[in-house]
Ligand binder design. Structure first.
Ligand code: PHE
Length: 339
């Protein structure tokens, strides 16, 4: 299974960096008659029925993902070729709305969210979303955050005047909304925008993005959580980084941890960005607190789960070595055009 997923991340990276000629050979290499995935599917007879099912399912899923990524890239390439052709022919486009006009690109935060969703899909997660305007119940109470908790303070949370609503301070209410609608097994990621009542500086913003992850089933363990996050980080950054789990506290998980990755700026040697520690904090996680399971009427004696929340801006800053979060919101084209 690991092998298949490695093949998939590798292929996706190759597709992204390809041009029309290379794309054809990538298609051949992975999806062709003697392609890597076809070979995997052909070799299924060597495995037990149980493994055959698992591997076959995974390989077919990845085949579909790769085919759709290739299609997307083909469309991009076609559009670029057309734009180039028109530019070469020097057509007079002044009276009609057509190419070439600047085609624009996705915002780096949107790109990161798309990349993260894809990486989690490869690890078997599905996708859900939830509203940005939430109630006290979803944002706090169902998550085991009591009445007098500092996060509920006006200083930290934006409340909407004259209503009982607020702007969600994290994507964790997404966990509650998914569990309310579905019974286990659950394996889902919930991306979205979140709000905190705080002053902006180089590493803080009152609006930012997170991706929440949740798995609930019988026998979900902390080891499972460590495996998933380690695989995600290695796939997402496309290299083997050092990772550490540090004990921490969140009301809705027990035990809780924060995950640090080796500083990409100095490769762990210590620099200004990692405050000389060699580590950069990346996400919060833990085992879902039994009170949270009980708040959605799950039997906490039967089911266990893990959850994690990843800051999208943070991970984008790490990936592209950006040192000021405000750059994402200023819409300066000199910055945005680099993505
Ligand atoms: N919601 C937490 C935050 O915003 C992150 C988190 C999510 C921690 C899930 C543990 C489990 O900081």
């Amino acid at each position: 299974m690991d092998n298949i997923r490695r093949v998939a991340s590798e292929a996706i990276q190759k597709i992204k960096n390809s041009d029309d000629k290379v794309l054809e050979s990538i298609k051949f290499e992975y999806l062709g008659k003697n392609g890597i995935l076809t070979k995997i599917l052909k070799s299924l007879s060597h495995y037990s029925i149980e493994d055959r099912k698992k591997i076959g399912f995974e390989a077919n899923k990845i085949k579909t993902i790769l085919a759709s990524e290739i299609k997307k890239k083909e469309r991009c390439i076609k559009r670029d070729l057309l734009a180039k052709k028109i530019r070469r022919e020097k057509l007079n486009c002044s009276s009609i709305f057509c190419f070439p006009f600047s085609k624009g690109s996705f915002h780096p935060i949107v790109q990161t969210i798309q990349d993260m969703i894809l990486a989690f899909k490869l690890l078997g997660f599905s996708l859900a979303d939830g509203p940005e305007i939430e109630t006290d119940w979803y944002n706090f109470e169902a998550l085991n955050i009591p009445e007098n908790h500092p996060a509920k303070d006006m200083q930290d949370t934006f409340y909407l005047d004259g209503t009982k609503s607020l702007l969600r301070t994290h994507t964790s209410p997404g966990q509650i909304r998914v569990m309310e609608k579905q019974k286990p097994p659950i394996k889902v990621v919930v991306p979205g925008r979140v709000y905190r009542n705080e002053t902006s500086d180089a590493s803080h913003s009152s609006t930012f993005h997170q991706i929440e992850g949740l798995e609930v089933d019988k026998n979900v363990t902390f080891l499972g959580l460590k495996m998933i996050l380690t695989k995600f980080i290695h796939n997402f950054f496309c290299c083997k980084l050092d990772i550490r789990f540090r004990p921490s506290h969140f009301q809705f998980t027990e035990p809780s941890a924060e995950v640090d990755i080796q500083c990409l700026f100095c490769k762990g040697k210590g620099c200004k960005i990692c405050k000389n520690s060699g580590w950069i904090e990346m996400l919060g996680c833990g085992m879902v607190h039994p009170n949270v399971l009980r708040s959605v009427n799950y039997d906490s004696e039967v089911y266990t789960g893990y959850a994690f929340g990843i800051g999208v801006e943070r991970i984008t800053m790490l990936k592209y070595k950006i040192d000021d979060i405000r750059l994402f919101y200023e819409n300066d084209l000199r910055f945005l055009r680099q993505f």
